[in-house]
Design a protein around this ligand. Structure first.
Ligand code: MG
Length: 382
């Protein structure tokens, strides 16, 4: 039997927290959507088609990077419209006998579930994974007053993917008002008289809907955020002046540092380290020195920008380590103040911030006190 996977990923729901649509957040080493794409590819799907929101093309390209033959369609205004667009797209090209319609917010799909679904289509026209209900059920009014106690018997929690004979489900969707809402595709099938049945689902297929679900799913699938380490380096020349700014702390000195911004080499190296952990280029890409806007700028702006990129990816900065390299000024008396300022700027605990200093034993340009350098390492969890 030839079968296609139709992955519904057009939602922009951010109820699950963070700015990124939940299907593009990272779960372990892969975006949530990629988990499903890999599972369908491994199970031997003849075609895999993803319905996305038109604004998410770049995020989708990143999620599907390196995979061949993944097809794409733009979703509609409602889930009903999106599934219909997907089925219409699958009607073109290589013909399939069956389709598994899957919600991208359920990354924990297994080969066993897919095999059970496809087998069920030998006598059913639609099939979906289901799990028993362990909790007691109540119906209540809008104020929370219990009005009814439905029996748990014969009641099931339904998951996706849901499997259908392709021609049947396409014909059903073709007749639907695209604005009409359904809880799932089995409900659509039943409206059109298709015989649907349940097969055994899997706890790993839990849906990421609300804040906290992402972490719960990560635990179910046995994955944690991946640590990434970035490194940065910067040097600035000494010039006229009476102080230098390092890690946001003003340190009196007989010379100043020459630079387009406030020349805080330590925070520049740190900004590059964070950008490096994200693979987001370097500080010059984000704040071109040719742009007069950054003349004399407080380097906290650069650091805050790099941190905002970490958060936009749903990640967290976990630790930074800065080494200053110079003969003078002496760093040690200011080291704790520099640590505190850096911790404050990055929202980190003090013990997650290290500031160290060394000299080059009077060797080279640093030894001759022509300038000052800094290197930094940042660990980001994504
Ligand atoms: Mg610099």
């Amino acid at each position: 039997m030839k079968w296609a996977a139709l992955v519904v990923a057009a939602g922009r729901g951010t109820r699950a927290g963070q700015g990124v649509p939940k299907q593009y957040r990272r779960l372990g080493a892969r975006p949530v959507l990629r988990w499903s794409l890999d599972a369908f590819a491994a199970a031997g799907a003849n075609r895999i088609l993803v319905a996305i929101h038109p604004d998410d093309r770049a995020a989708f390209a990143q999620a599907a990077a390196g995979m061949r033959g993944i097809e794409l369609v733009h979703g509609g205004e409602t889930r009903t419209a999106t599934v219909r667009a997907g089925l219409d797209a699958l009607a073109q090209g290589e013909a399939v006998d069956a389709v598994l319609i899957h919600d991208a917010a359920r990354p924990g799909i297994t080969g066993e579930v897919m095999a059970r679904l496809l087998a069920a289509l030998s006598d059913a026209e639609g099939a979906g994974p289901a799990l028993p209900v362990a909790d007691a059920l109540k119906r209540a009014d809008a104020d929370g007053w219990v009005t009814e106690e439905p029996s748990r018997a014969k009641v099931w929690r339904i998951q996706t993917p849901q499997a259908f004979r392709f021609a049947d489900i396409r014909a059903a969707y073709a007749q639907l008002d695209p604005m009409r809402a359904f809880d799932d595709d089995l409900a659509v099938a039943r409206v059109f008289g298709l015989r649907t049945r349940l097969i055994e689902g899997a706890e790993t297929l839990a849906k990421i809907t609300f804040a906290g679900d992402h972490d719960m799913t990560a635990r179910l699938l046995g994955v944690g955020p991946s640590p990434r380490v970035g490194v940065g380096f910067d040097a600035h020349r000494f010039g006229k002046g009476d102080h230098v700014t390092l890690c946001g702390v003003r340190i009196p000195h007989k010379k100043g540092l020459v630079g387009h911004s406030d020349a805080d080499a330590a925070w520049h190296a740190l900004t590059d380290a964070i950008l490096g952990a994200l693979g987001e280029g370097d500080i010059g890409d984000h704040f071109p020195p040719s742009d007069p806007k950054w003349a004399g700028a407080d380097s906290e702006i650069f650091l805050a920008h790099a941190l905002s990129l970490v958060r936009a990816r749903g990640g967290a900065l976990s630790h930074v380590d800065v080494t200053l390299i110079c003969e003078n000024p002496r760093v040690k008396p200011h080291r704790e103040a520099m640590r505190r300022r850096t911790a404050e700027a990055l929202g980190l605990a003090l013990d997650a911030v290290s500031v160290k200093a060394t000299t080059t034993e009077q060797l080279g340009f640093l030894g001759r006190e022509e300038g000052l350098a800094a290197q930094a390492v940042a660990t980001v969890l994504i």
